[in-house]
Write a new protein. Structure first.
Length: 182
């Protein structure tokens, strides 16, 4: 019995160490820094460029078979936050998304990758646009290392359903959290 407990503890420790090496970075947005207009929404009172920022990642844990990227605002005044973007089924050989990869038609995504529906009710990146005068909003860009090659989704799935599927198949995640205030 002690051997089983020890083996389980060592396995969890190894996963934690691997996950600690998983990193997300961007040349376009910075941790705890105001997002520039290029990445803000063009609508809802904002006049941004509505472009998704470039993102790159490294150090995925062993056993990862694909990646997903999400952008979520827990500070949105909805009671449940706001899903701004999800990209799923990113091949394990891909370690970056270029600026504007999140265009609604998906034309700049890596082969095989798909975008899920957001809280804007469409797939594709929807830029940050906190309500005028509201507190600072934190935009959680996350890359997820997944245990499966492909998540089966359809256009009718809500952003929350997609978030559940990503979390349920996650081996590790890394995040970058820029902010926006207006």
């Amino acid at each position: 019995m002690k051997e089983i407990v020890l083996a389980t503890a060592l396995s969890l420790l190894a996963t934690t160490v691997d996950a600690a090496d998983f990193r997300l970075s961007s040349s376009d947005v910075e941790q705890n820094k105001q997002m520039v207009d290029l990445y803000l929404q063009n609508g809802s009172g904002c006049s941004g460029g509505d472009l998704s920022p470039s993102l790159s990642w490294s150090g995925a844990p062993e056993g990862a078979k694909s990646f997903a990227v999400t952008m979520y605002d827990p500070d949105a005044p909805t009671g449940s936050g706001w899903w701004h973007w999800s990209v799923l089924n990113i091949p394990i050989s891909v370690h970056k998304l270029d600026r504007n990869a999140g265009q609604r038609d998906g034309g700049k995504l890596p082969a095989g990758a798909v975008q899920g529906r957001t809280d804007f009710a469409v797939p594709g990146y929807g830029g940050a646009c906190p309500p005028a005068g509201d507190k600072t909003h934190h935009y959680h860009f996350k890359v997820w290392a997944l245990s499966v090659e492909k998540l089966e989704i359809n256009r009718e799935m809500s952003a929350a359903q997609i978030g559940y599927m990503v979390r349920s198949n996650s081996l590790a995640s890394a995040e970058l959290v820029p902010v926006a205030t207006r």
